[in-house]
Write a protein that binds this ligand. Sequence first.
Ligand code: GLU
Length: 584
Amino acid sequence: MTQFPWLGLALALSVATVHAAPSAASSAAHAHALAAIAQRQATPEAATGRYPLSVASGRQAMVVTAHPLATAAALSMLRAGGSAADAAVAAQAVLGLVEPQSSGFGGGSFLLHAHSGEVTAIDGRETAPAAATVSRFLKADQQPMRFNEALADARAVGIPGTVAALAEAHQRWGRLPWSKLLAPAIALAETGAPVSDRLYRLSAQDELLARSPSTASYFLDPEGQPWPSGTRLKNPAYATLLKSLAKEGPRAFYQEKWADSFVQQLQAAGSDISPADWQTYQAKVTPALCRPLTWAAQAGRICSSPPPAGGLTVIENILLMTQANAALPLDHRLIEAQRLGFADRQRYSADPAFVSVPVDGLLSSAYVQARAALIGERAAGTVSAGYVFPALSLATDPQVLEHGTSHFTIVDARGHWLAMTSSIEDAFGSRLMVNGLLMNNQLTDFSFVPELDGLLLANRVAAGKRPRSAMSPTLVLNAAGKPVLSVGSPGGSRIIGFNTGVIARWLNGEHDAGALVSALHVLNRNGITELEEGFPAARRDALTERGHEVKEAGMASGLGVIVRKANGLQGAADPRREGRAAGY
Ligand code: GLU
C-alpha cells in the first residue's frame, strides 16, 4: 500500500474530462511527436485475417504457442519429463525460425512463472547502451525523428534479453539439460523451416526487408520476391549459434566470443552498443506484481509483470472495471476502465530503476475507488492521468506505438504455469539480421521527446534503461494459490486492452478458452473506442448512444489462453494468427 493513500484519493478526483488532444498540443515538439505517431500507426504488424481456431484439452499439461512447430517442440519436452521452463526454451528457439518476424534471441521478453502459489516475474527487456542519451531519437533541430527514420537507424537496437530470461527460468525450474532444449530448433534450422502463410504475407508487404543484405537474402528470393508459403528456409548461421549455446550454455550468448561477433556487426551497421554493454546484460528476477481479486463469490489474486512491462495497467484496468457501477453494460465499463488506465500509463509507466513509478498509489483501494467512480453513463472522451504521489511532475506521453511480438503459455504436469511474451518490437524488428537472428528495434519504445512543456517524460531515453512496454503476461490464481487463467498477447499498445478484455470476460463467467480468444476486441487507448472489424451493429449502436466515438479496425492480437476447468486444462490459440494449442 502507498504511504499516502489519501493523496491518491484526492487526486484521482481531480481528473478532468476533455474531448481534445492532450493540452500540450500547442507545443511544436508535441506536434512532431504526434506526427511520429501517425507515421508509426501506418506500419503495424498487420492483421492477416482469421485462421482455424485451435483449442485443446488436457488433464495434465498444456501448451499454446503462435506456431504448430513451436507447440510440438514444447510438448516433446513436457513428454520427456521436462518442466514448463524447459518447454519454454524449446518453444522460443523454434519460434525464432518459424515466426522470425515476431520474436527470437535477438529480442527481449517478460516471463511469468507460478508454482505452489509463488509467482515470479523475469524481466528480459532490452536495455539501452551506455552511450545512449535523451536525445537519441531527436534530430539536429531537436525535433523527434519519424518512427521509420528511427527504425532505420541501428541505434534502435537494444541489448537483447530473451536468452538471459530463459537462462534464469531454466536455472530455477528446469529439469532437462539445456543442450536438449535447443535440439528441435537446431534440426529445423539445418533441414529448413517452412515459411508460413502469415510470414509470406508480412514479407510481401514489408518495404524495409531489403534494407540489409543478410535479411533480404534470407526472406526474399534472388528476384526480391518473398518466398511462397511452404518454402523451407535453412538458417545455418542460427544453427551454428544454437549449437554453440547448446554446448557452452546460455551465458555464452553474452560472453566474449558471441558478444564481439554481434557487437562488431551491429557497430558496422551504425550501432553504439559496446562489448561491455552486451557482456553485462542481466535479466531481472522479482516477485510478480499481484493484487487481490474477487469474482463470483471467490477470492483470489491477479498477477502480472511489473513495470517497465504493462501488467500494472492491466491490473489497474481490471480493478477499475470491477469497482465501476455494475449496472453499466460490460462493454462500456471495459472501455472506460481502459481509458482511465491508459491515461495513467502514459504518464507514469517506465523503467522503475530510473523513475519512481507509483505502483502502490495507482493500485491503492482509495485511488481505484475514486477513479472508478469517474466511470459514468456516458463515454468520457479523452481523460487526464490521476495525480499520484510521488510522481507529481511528469508530462503525459502522447506517443502510442504499435507492434513483432509473440506470446506463449505452458502448463506442466507438476503444476508449473509459465506465460511469456517475447518481442523484437516491429514486424521483422530492425530488419538487421546478425548471426541468423533478426535484431530488435525495441529502443523505439522509448519516448522520443524527453520533455513536453517543461515537464519530463517518465519514459525518456537513458543509458542502461529499459523502454516502457505494453507486454503483460498475466495469471489469475484462486484462493488456494492455483492458477485458473493464463493470458498474454502481442499487439503493441493494444496488448493491454486485449489482455484486459480476456480477463474481464473470464471474470464475467466466460470460461471457454476458445470463446475467450475469439471474442471481438473492444479497446480504448484514451480516445476513440476501437472495435474489431465485424463488430455487431446492435452492440456498436449501444456504445454510440452512450457517446462513444467508434472506429472499426482489423486487430492482429495473438492471444494464448489457458483456463483451469473442473475436469482439467483447456488451451486456445488466437485465430488471428497461426498458433496451436495442444495438451495431454
Ligand atoms: N514493443 C511493444 C511493447 O513492448 C510490443 C510490440 C508488439 O506487440 O508487437 O510493448
